[in-house]
Design a protein around this ligand. Structure first.
Ligand code: DX5
Ligand code: ZN
Length: 225
């Protein structure tokens, strides 16, 4: 079963002084989702933004808010991110000892539950929670910063994650160093959600974003044929 392709621009690479406009512009330019990278300076060596900023962005679009929590612990903050208007809340498997509980909490809040894996984390960590998640996010760089290079070994991991998913209604998302040059390789391996920060926000404004989103989608479609 092929799940629909979604382009999820990461606003980490956007102009932070005009975030509301940056979000509505990228959606107007054709992106389906908006990827929100939350960093705590503890789980990852960088700090970005939290639920108050996401809540302020919520009125700027009806697009899916795809929230990637790079924070530890995550559980005490899940309700705040749900309340801020996130539609999908993704936690890192490495961020706490009770992954199953985190996923249950997210679903109990009425949101879709995702699990992200750092490059070195094996897929086997997901084996016993496959019925409790809606999305798997394969990190193709070490989390913490935008603008890094895609780790080639992640293509095989994506293919294995795709096989693990089988016919389950689970989205397979890839995040880090995604560009029009490697999007086909990534979708060919089975991913259906592409996160891109610098590749999309390298321009400024709707006209530029329309081009960068279209280039990514065109490349991604090639890998899905
Ligand atoms: C990295 C973040 C990514 C990042 C993607 O920690 O999770 O979402 O912003 O940025 P690019 O596309 O520039 O690698
Ligand atoms: Zn991310």
């Amino acid at each position: 079963m092929t799940r629909p392709l979604k382009i999820s621009p990461s606003i980490l690479a956007a102009d932070f002084s005009r975030l509301g406009e940056e979000v509505s512009d990228v959606v107007e330019a054709g992106a389906e989702w908006v990827h929100l990278d939350v960093m705590d300076g503890h789980f990852v060596p960088n700090i970005s933004f939290g639920p108050a900023i996401i809540k302020a962005l919520r009125p700027h679009t009806t697009a899916v808010f795809d929230c990637h929590l790079m924070i530890a612990p995550a559980d005490p903050y899940l309700a705040a991110f749900a309340d801020a208007g996130c539609d999908i809340i993704t936690v890192h498997a490495e961020a706490g000892p009770h992954l199953h509980r985190s996923l249950q909490t997210i679903r109990a809040l009425g949101k879709k539950a995702g699990v992200s894996l750092n490059p070195a984390t094996p897929l086997s960590i997901l084996e016993h929670v496959m019925d409790d998640l809606d999305l798997i996010l394969i990190m193709s760089v070490n989390p913490g910063f935008g603008g890094q290079k895609y780790i080639p070994a992640m293509t095989d991991k994506i293919a294995k994650a795709h096989a693990l998913i089988g016919n389950r209604p689970i989205d397979l998302e890839v995040d880090g160093g995604v560009t029009a040059a490697n999007a086909a390789e990534i979708t060919r391996a089975g991913a259906n959600v592409l996160v891109a920060g610098s590749a999309i926000y390298k321009g400024r404004g709707v006209a530029d974003y329309r081009q960068t989103v279209a280039a990514l989608r065109q490349a991604a479609d090639t890998g899905r044929m």
